[in-house]
Every structure is written in C-alpha cells, then in structure tokens.
Design a protein around this ligand. Structure first.
Ligand code: NI
Length: 230
C-alpha cells in the first residue's frame, strides 16, 4: 500500500500503464543488501562505452519505461556507475508548475553540477523509488551549472533551472550515495507517504489533482523488493 501511495503522491516518480515484464528490480534503501550499492560513490564511466555499460544504459531505459517517473540512476537498478536518466513527460510537468517544460528521455553520464552564484534554495515535494518510508519537501538549488558526457562521450556544460535542475540534483545525489532521507532533516517538512498525503494534495489545483488521479488509476503494481527478514 505504501508503494501505491507513494506513486499517487510523488510526481517525481509517477507510474504509467506500460508494463514490461523484464524490467530490472528497483533497489531499496530499507533493504540492507541493496543499501550497500545505493550508498556507494558510483564509478565514472570510460569512453568509448564498454558493452557492459551499454547494457546498463539499456536496462536503465527499460526500467524507466516500465516504472515511469522522471528520473532513475544506475545504482537504483544495482549498478554503482555514474549514469542517470531523466525524462519529464507532459503530465509530470503539468503537476509541477506552469513553467515546467517536458523533456524527452535523456541519458547523462558522469554528471556533476554546481550552483550558479546568483541562485537560491527552493523546496518542493520529492519521493524516491528507492526510499519507501519517507517523502517531503527537499531543498535544492533553483539554478545550476550542469556538466555531463553524452552517449558519444562529448562533454556538455550548460545552465539548467527549475524542475529539470531539481531532478538533476536528485539523480546526481544517487551516484554519490545520497538519498532524500539524508536531505530531509528536521528543518524540512517530511513524513511517511501516508502522513503527508493530505498536505501534498491540498497544494495542488483542481487540474493537477485530476491528472494525479488519472495516473494513479493507470499505475501498475511496482515490483516488490525482496526485503530481508520479511
Ligand atoms: Ni531517487
């Protein structure tokens, strides 16, 4: 139930209706074996891409297509490699703000960022496929200078702001072994998905609420992690 609630409430990872039977299992911080991978500082990727890294990228795409959501990092499917995927579809953009633009699926390799000198901190709701127990309003930089290698190995550097910048920061955290449960200190609103439901919904307008309900009705049951001792 908590997984379904998390999907309902947290647009970072809204589920869709496309199902692929062979999508990778998602790793969870609450599972101590999974946590070993999730907590590792991921290894940078060399070019030209090895067959192993190409396979990881293909698996990451499959998992993103299956679970939907707006971002996924290689450690979340079991590989401590510096590879992240971001995809912001129109529905995910609509439930954020009028200024959030959709973004086709991107693969960013060896990504890093630094805040722009003029930026400030902003808080917004985040959930995570790898964190079942807590969601909340995570502080992030509004605008960043983002640097990564594309699939051809070229270094790209540019300024990014808004929701895209937020998702980048969330996914780069993953390759550094950091999760939202580390960011959600006592100074920031957070709690279990169930406890936060009313507040999250109350902040949406009618149109956004309708979109979330539609997505919820079409969401597949996520693959359950194999919990140790459960
Ligand atoms: Ni995450």
């Amino acid at each position: 139930m908590s997984r379904k609630l998390a999907i309902l409430l947290f647009p970072l990872f809204l589920a869709g209706h496309t199902a692929m039977a062979d999508a990778a299992r998602l790793y969870h911080i609450e599972n101590e074996n999974d946590a070993v991978i999730l907590r590792r500082y991921a290894e940078p990727v060399a070019f030209p891409l090895s067959d192993a890294d190409k396979t990881i990228i293909a698996q990451l795409r499959e998992a993103a297509n299956h679970y939907k959501g707006v971002g996924l990092a290689a450690p979340q499917i079991g590989y401590a490699r510096q590879i992240i995927l971001i995809e912001i579809n129109e529905q995910a953009a609509a439930i954020r703000s009028s200024t959030t633009e959709s973004l086709p699926q991107q693969i960013y390799i060896n990504p890093s960022y630094e805040p722009l000198v003029s930026t400030s901190i902003t808080e917004d709701w985040e959930g995570c496929f790898s964190v079942d127990s807590v969601i909340g309003k995570v502080p992030r930089f509004k605008s960043i200078r983002f640097k990564y290698r594309n699939l051809d190995g070229h270094w790209i550097e540019r300024e990014v702001e808004g929701f895209h910048a937020r998702v980048i920061q969330h996914e780069v955290d993953h390759i550094r072994g950091t999760l939202i449960c580390d960011r959600l200190t006592k100074d920031h609103i957070h709690g279990s998905p169930e406890a936060m439901k009313a507040q999250r919904i109350a902040e949406l307008n009618d149109n956004q609420r309708e979109i979330i309900q539609q997505l919820y009705r079409h969401s597949p049951q996520p693959v359950k992690s194999e919990r140790k001792g459960q």
